[in-house]
Design a protein around this ligand. Structure first.
Ligand code: AMP
Length: 227
């Protein structure tokens, strides 16, 4: 499908370091506002699992905690945004991560007379990130997120959402890779906070608290941005 068919009324961007809770919060916003969560990390992991050319090029880079090339990520995002379900509006989780990606997104949206509704910066401290990332895991069936310390299933070993007993941990959620991912964030992604501030679409939220409190803040911001 080509980019000319893209019609996304709402475009929310979640900015923040790995472990800030972008995925968890995007899933909650997705449900609340009937938007579609687009995680470039998920799309890349699917490409790796499927053994596509993009996946083969991305695999080693992801395992090292570095950023995949802009060309690959922009192409994957562009294709996904052209799918019909994205017409409901999207929450971008993990994209853009570089200024080149941000500029490509601006162009893609402008081609379709769309614009960014809000870019929300989830503000957290690095030390907290390492704790959060090293304890997290997801349901292998439905993708519901859990954490060894902060969010365990109500019945041990059974997913609250779908009842599955299979869980998985990401290969790059280990202490060494987390350090590279945090430094990639500070060097290449954090400058996007100023980029979106200068466009007048930046919102900031303290993401150090409880999942439900952060969700409430984000719902308010998203609701305003969509009204
Ligand atoms: P995430 O699931 O967002 O933490 O992403 C996992 C990994 O996928 C990152 O550490 C990068 O290697 C890669 N990745 C995801 N999104 C992007 C992006 N927008 N640009 C470059 N690399 C990305």
């Amino acid at each position: 499908m080509d980019a000319a068919t893209i019609t996304t009324p709402t475009v929310l961007i979640l900015l923040g370091p790995p472990g800030a809770g972008k995925g968890t919060q995007a899933r909650m916003l997705e449900e609340k506002f009937e938007l579609v969560q687009l995680s470039t990390g998920d799309l890349l992991r699917a490409a790796v699992a499927a053994g596509t050319e993009a996946g083969k090029a991305a695999q080693a880079v992801m395992e090292a905690g570095d950023l995949v090339s802009d060309d690959i990520v922009i192409a994957i995002l562009r294709d996904r945004m052209a799918e019909p379900d994205c017409a409901k509006g999207v929450i971008l989780d993990g994209f853009p991560r570089t200024t080149i990606q941000a500029e490509a997104l601006d162009e893609l949206l402008a081609e379709n007379n769309q614009k960014i509704s809000a870019a929300i910066s989830l503000e957290v401290e690095d030390a907290e990130m390492v704790i959060r990332i090293s304890g997290r895991y997801t349901c292998a069936m439905c993708g519901e997120g859990y954490h060894d310390r902060f969010k365990t299933p109500a019945v041990e070993g059974k997913c609250d959402n779908c009842g599955s007993t299979e869980f998985k941990r990401r290969a790059d959620d280990n202490a060494e890779t987390v350090a590279s991912r945090l430094s990639a964030y500070h060097a290449q992604t954090a400058p996007l906070i100023a980029y979106y501030d200068s466009q007048g679409v930046l919102k900031r939220t303290n993401a150090m608290g409880k999942i439900e409190d952060i969700a409430r803040d984000l719902e308010a911001i998203a609701g305003d941005a969509m009204s």
